[in-house]
Design a binder for this molecule. Structure first.
Ligand SMILES: Nc1ncnc2c1ncn2[C@@H]1O[C@H](COP(=O)(O)OP(=O)(O)OP(=O)(O)O)[C@@H](O)[C@H]1O
Ligand SMILES: [Mg+2]
Length: 235
């Protein structure tokens, strides 16, 4: 199994405040790996560091064997490493389809096939393709944020809390789609507070606490050890 993403001993600080302390993690081709932890643990910081929005203070990040920790975000996205940030930032004064078109900016040859693919994944977006994105429901905006990422032909997708604030039925749709996206060959690193749902999708997960990775294990072991109850319910 080849390694798509390899983080080695990365530390990050915001000013003088440390946010990531010497973290290492690895994602292999074809996997969905979950990154779990309570609020403030450093999950989003980890994703932002991978996608080049934050420079690590030390350590290295390799993507398909190539060092990327000194690259800028726009260079990294062109390589098919695409980040769907927390809080799904869609361009609200543009239509659904215009947002999707923007997503193919780094993969222009993919515009036509990309739209077809995204509308197959999310038929709801096809129905609403002419609607201004700011008027979409939260669930639809999440679909759009993920659809826009798919327009860039991701090889590795970083998803930051895709189910945040959504009703259970929409959460199910989003998780089913994440599974489908993975089955068609995209490797995924998934940050989720909805840990039970995330673990159902994954075979392996990392647990973060106060900027450190405190555990890496097969999902089954984490469930058996009641790690989820411990981290999210303090039990
Ligand atoms: N731009 C910033 N400037 C200063 N500190 C920050 C900044 N962004 C995050 N932090 C701090 O870094 C730590 C990690 O934050 P991060 O957003 O990575 O956590 P998280 O695990 O994603 O949390 P959540 O589950 O609430 O999204 C927190 O203590 C947070 O206050
Ligand atoms: Mg976060």
């Amino acid at each position: 199994m080849s390694t798509v993403l390899e983080i080695q001993n990365v530390s990050v600080s915001y000013g003088k405040v440390p946010a990531l302390k010497n973290i290492s993690l690895q994602v292999n081709q074809g996997e969905i790996v979950a990154l779990l932890g309570v609020n403030g643990a450093g999950k989003s910081t980890t994703l932002r560091t991978i996608s080049g929005l934050i420079r690590p203070k030390c350590g290295s990040i390799h993507y398909n064997g190539e060092p990327i920790h000194k690259r800028n975000a726009h260079e990294i996205v062109k390589k098919g490493l695409i980040h769907v940030p927390e809080g799904r930032r869609v361009f609200s004064t543009m239509t659904v389809e215009e947002n999707l078109q923007l997503g193919s900016y780094c993969a222009r040859d993919h515009l036509h096939d990309g739209l077809k693919e995204v509308y197959e994944l999310f038929p709801r977006l096809f129905d609403r393709r002419k609607q201004l994105s700011g008027t979409l429901s939260g669930g639809e905006q999440q679909m759009l944020a993920m659809g826009r990422a798919m327009m860039g032909k991701p090889k590795l997708l970083l998803l930051d809390e895709p189910s945040m604030g959504l009703a259970p039925i929409i959460v199910r749709t989003i998780f089913d789609t994440i599974k489908k996206i993975n089955e068609t060959g995209t490797t995924i690193l998934l940050v989720e507070q909805n840990a039970r749902a995330a673990l159902r999708l994954t075979k392996r997960a990392y647990v973060m606490e106060l900027g450190e990775i405190v555990r890496e294990d097969e999902t089954e072991n984490l469930i058996q050890d009641k790690v989820i109850e411990k981290i999210y319910l303090g039990g």
